[in-house]
Write a new protein. Structure first.
Length: 196
């Protein structure tokens, strides 16, 4: 996900919102440093599913940490790239199929469908659910009930990710984490130093 500038409308824009040209399927690769920053707060899951796996960026870090990895990806080429990196990723629409069981669901969902992905994930209360989202996801009147009924732990990234290359995004981000014993706490994550 990325908060691209609001210059012109695209087919992925929500009603009343105008975004710059967005990438196909709202695909923005998650930087490894952002995944490494949240990992210690996930409880060392044995297996991780990313329902928006892309080319496997999140799963790469999970595998480095010893977790079994699998996922779903809408785009066939990206699913194949994730498989080539050693992850069990199938091409499928994660909003239309079962995600299967996992000890953690860790993802950077397409922002325009984040609420739909979260609604599906929250049905898995016995697992850890970690979504990388804009902080603005908390500040929507349309999502007030969702947040009140499903409070998360909030782990703020102290710097903005660069989803499209060297330039950082124009929004602030946090990992929002749901699961047993979670909800209502927040902290700022420790992250690796930015390359100079």
């Amino acid at each position: 996900m990325s908060a691209t500038g609001r210059l012109r409308r695209s087919n992925l824009a929500l009603p009343g919102e105008a975004f710059a040209t967005r990438r196909k399927d709202d695909f923005y690769r998650t930087p490894a440093w952002a995944v490494r920053a949240i990992w210690p707060h996930l409880g060392a899951p044995a297996d991780v599913c990313d329902p928006c796996a892309g080319d496997g960026a999140i799963l790469d870090v999970a595998a480095e940490r010893g977790a079994r990895t699998r996922g779903l990806e809408l785009d066939g080429a990206r699913a194949a790239a994730a498989r080539a990196r050693g992850h069990d990723v199938v091409q499928a629409d994660a909003l239309a199929v079962s995600w299967g069981l996992a000890s953690a669901y860790v993802t950077n969902p397409p922002y325009v469908f984040a609420r739909e992905f979260l609604s599906l994930a929250l049905g898995r209360r016995h697992t850890v659910i970690a979504f990388l989202l804009r902080l603005g996801f908390l500040a929507s009147q349309a999502r007030v009930r969702l947040h009140r009924e499903n409070p998360c732990d909030l782990f703020v990234l102290p710097r903005r990710p660069a989803f499209t290359g060297s330039q950082t995004d124009n929004a602030d981000y946090a990992w929002m984490v749901w699961g047993p014993g979670r909800g209502g706490r927040w902290s700022v994550l420790d992250v690796e130093r930015a390359p100079s």
